[in-house]
Design a protein. Sequence first.
Length: 335
Amino acid sequence: MRVLRTFLRPGWIALAVVVVAFAALCFSILAPWQLGKNSRTSERNHLIEQAVSIAPVPLASVAPAGNGFRPDTEWREVHITGTFLTDKQALVRLRSVEERPAIEVLTPFRVAGSDRVLVVDRGYIRPDQGQTPVIPAPPAGEVTIDGRIRAGEGTTPGRGAAVVDGALSMYTIDPTELSRATSTGMDPFYIQISPNQPGSLGEIPLPQLESGPYLSYGLQWLAFGIMAPLGAGYFIYAEIKQRRRARGTANTATTTSTDSAAATTDAQTPAAPTAASASVTSDRAARRKRLRAELRGDTVVDDADHSDTTRIGFGPDTEHAPDDVRDKLTQRYGG
């Protein structure tokens, strides 16, 4: 019961709440987040490896019109023939290419022989001292380009398309948002133009085929989620062990003190009766010895005052006593 009261204190309750919350956070959010990123990165790397080993094919054979976006087709390289729509062009600001600021250029592309429109990322240009640089125009008329199918990035609320420095600007590559801003129907994915194509700008390299640190991070969060309760359990065990040790030390000290007091009492208490008993016995023996000596007619010296003592049965009073009294005394005490 004492142990239970100890762990119902506010400090221990707060520790338990923190440990449980942290472990739940590790298992339900942090570890799945990192492991999910590792899974997505591994899947992306697998798709890229497959895509780079396959020659470009017509767009219709991979992504027919009206079928939307299929994740298993991402990174596939396709042929497209059509016309750039420069009047619906948009800039994607605040991008980074090779760890330097960049602006990516999105130009819609109408597929030849249809009203299908795709968003084409033509590449990047570097900003000019924070200002929008001059954007090279794509070729006019019908052209054929190669590019890779990419999934849209979506748009953060409040960060939609807007006109900045006289140019339609965005902060993510989102075909749906560009379609809304230009009032033009577009497919939900976009085409990342391949190098050395008509209208291409700075090349955006393919991602490195590395899984990254996400797996180790995920395993670390799982380990932290396991270690937190184990650590709390160790602290509880140490607290209980410490209290038992302290209680055992106190009990030992109390027992030792009690035993010492009892031993002292036992050693001192019998001493007085023994001495008194010995004294009484000695006095009685001396008295009997003295009486026998008196009856024999010997002179006895008392150890206490060294005075002479007359024998019993003799003396002025005894000499005048009747003979029968003297005989009785002699018979009783000898002499």
